[in-house]
Design a protein around this ligand. Structure first.
Ligand code: J2J
Length: 542
């Protein structure tokens, strides 16, 4: 059994293999290699725990074997929601070993997001934590089970019942003969990555072993990772950036060590960096701003830190320039996407490139097109829509033919929705966005998703979600609402969204009530005009 997804055309796939980008090995080879080379070296530091490569291999094999004994294997999917703990990687490798393809939901996701993922992948397995509000009781799980045709096996962290305790399943090697079906073929889906999205439902991105492994190997090389690398994972560990750019998988590939932090909060991270002599980390710009403000009061705290990667959202040049002086480390800008393409400034690039661009693609095989409003390529330096295809850029969202028709051209180039310019040396600058998305400190909010939830409120006639500038997060969201009820209050709408179980970061930061939403010549909400109007309103606000 395999999971259906949009493959690369045979010609390109042949080239990717011939050039050594695709090596036809499962992602589990990352762990296998390190178990051979350095089984007792620490792979993960998590609180007081240190997990060696040998242990990571053993624990993930325990879980994989138990899942196989339950009859789970290739073709099956899992919904996983774990916080930044060692179990995230144990589970990730276990599922790869067993050939089960997970969706790794963010810990901030609530029933709206999880239900949508379940509807799309129809999982046979749920792995989550009792610490999450949804799993404090079994009510939500029971509801999910009712929507599925087959039994949902559930494993929970911090669970007392032995039959559903993730820790027990991980901790003991099962007895008896274990069927060994997995991992899936290297050309098949290894797992699903989450799209930041611009549509009503969050879309899933099938990632194959071949494509993901290439991005990890190449990223590790670009970022100069070695067995001495100590990487602080402070962003949500399932996100594409801290997982693969080069992220934890890149660090494992190089034989280094991942230090887990529950969040990017500066004091927590500074303490971990000091304690574990962390050499590198990756942050979103809003977190870097906090670090820049906090670091001067903690001289020496970041002594071991050599490289700070910044990506996920616009990073102002004025902040970029402060990084080496204030934080005492090298800056690397990263412009990536869960759909594939990742750009890095290189470690030996001149300062001007590092401070003023978002890097260039990983691979010589990454094909980039930048097109103007007429659909024709722009000249270098001119802004246009970014389109790309390549050995680790996906070819279609999972089960989304209509949306795929909108975001891919006939040659298989994916339009990311970013507006970029390119220097003559091939470096990209992100200058804007055409997708209907708010980038709230690196967390992506699909406007349409929140708008359709707002429209479920009986007093909301029209709703438009737009970005407003924010000094700390870069952007926040404002919902512009047309209502017949003059007494409708933001608190009522916020409660309405919370009752629908949407993740907190998607709750509009502001509400603005109006008589009519301005329309473009095509009759669509004129968000550009709305943004300009709101900028005025909020800059005048006390
Ligand atoms: C401006 N916008 C950026 C940047 C991403 C590495 C790093 C980041 C992501 C990521 C990732 C940006 N400047 N430096 O997956 O592997 C915006 C763009 C892009 C979208 C993708 C990785 N870096 N962005 O952020 O899938 O709009 O991936 O299309 O979450 O974030 O978001 P996401």
């Amino acid at each position: 059994m395999t999971i259906d997804f949009q493959h690369w055309p045979a010609g390109l796939a042949g080239q990717y293999r011939a050039n050594g980008y695709w090596i036809d090995q499962p992602l589990t080879r990352i762990l296998k290699d390190q178990c051979r080379l350095r089984p007792s070296a620490p792979a993960i530091l998590c609180g007081e725990r240190s997990v060696s490569y040998g242990e990571l291999d053993q624990l993930s094999s325990n879980l994989a074997a138990r899942l196989a004994l339950q009859g789970l294997g290739p073709g099956d999917t899992a919904l996983v929601q774990l916080p930044n703990l060692a179990e995230f990687y144990i589970v990730f490798f276990a599922l790869l070993k067993a050939g089960i393809a997970p969706v790794n939901a963010l810990f901030s996701h609530r029933q709206h997001e999880l239900t949508s993922y379940v509807q799309q992948i129809r999982p046979k397995l749920l792995i989550a934590s009792r610490q999450h509000e949804l799993f404090k009781t079994d009510t939500f799980i029971g509801g999910l089970q009712e929507t599925l045709e087959q039994p949902l096996r559930v494993l929970l962290l911090d669970e007392d019942a032995p039959e559903t305790s993730l820790s027990l399943w991980i901790g003991r090697t099962p007895e008896g003969t274990v069927p060994d079906h997995g991992p899936t073929d290297a050309g098949d889906v290894a797992f699903f990555q989450l799209s930041g999205g611009s549509t009503g439902t969050p879309k899933l991105i099938p990632r194959t072993h071949n494509d993901y492994d290439y991005s990890v190997r190449a990223s590790a090389e670009i970022c100069g990772l070695t067995p001495e690398t100590r990487f602080l994972c402070a962003l949500p560990c399932g996100h594409n950036f801290p997982l693969s750019s080069p992220g934890a998988l890149g660090v494992f590939h190089a034989g280094g060590c991942v230090v887990l932090s529950p969040s990017p909060e500066p004091l927590t991270c500074f303490e971990l960096i000091r304690k574990h002599r962390v050499t590198m980390t990756g942050l979103v710009p809003s977190a870097v701003n906090l670090w820049l403000q906090t670091a001067p009061a903690h001289p020496g705290a970041l002594d071991s830190l050599k490289l700070l990667q910044v990506g996920g959202a616009h990073f102002p040049e004025s902040h970029a320039r402060q990084v080496p002086d204030v934080l005492g480390c090298k800056l690397q800008q990263v412009f990536g996407m869960a759909e594939g393409l990742v750009n890095y400034t290189r470690l030996d690039d001149p300062d001007e490139i590092v401070f003023t661009t978002q890097g260039r693609p990983i691979s010589p095989a990454d094909e980039i097109k930048i097109v103007g409003e007429d659909g024709k390529p722009v000249t270098d330096g001119e802004a246009g829509r970014l389109a790309t295809r390549g050995p680790y850029t996906f070819r279609g969202y999972y089960q989304s033919p209509d949306h795929n028709a909108d975001v891919f051209d006939e040659d298989g180039f994916y339009f990311s929705g970013d507006l970029v310019t390119r220097t003559t040396d091939g470096y990209l600058r992100v200058v804007g966005r055409v997708k209907d998305q708010i980038n709230r400190g690196g967390e992506k909010i699909a406007a349409e998703e929140v708008e359709s939830l707002l429209l479920l409120h009986p007093d909301v006639r029209e709703a438009a979600l737009v970005a407003i500038q924010d000094p700390s997060l870069g952007e926040k969201s404002c919902a512009v609402i047309v209502t017949a009820d003059a007494g409708l209050k933001p608190v009522a709408l916020r409660r309405h969204l919370m009752a629908l179980g949407v993740a907190d970061y998607k709750l509009p930061d502001r509400f603005s009530f109006t008589d009519a939403i301005p329309l473009t010549a095509f009759g669509k909400p004129d968000k550009k005009k709305l943004r300009a109007e709101l900028a005025q309103t909020f800059s005048l606000a006390p």
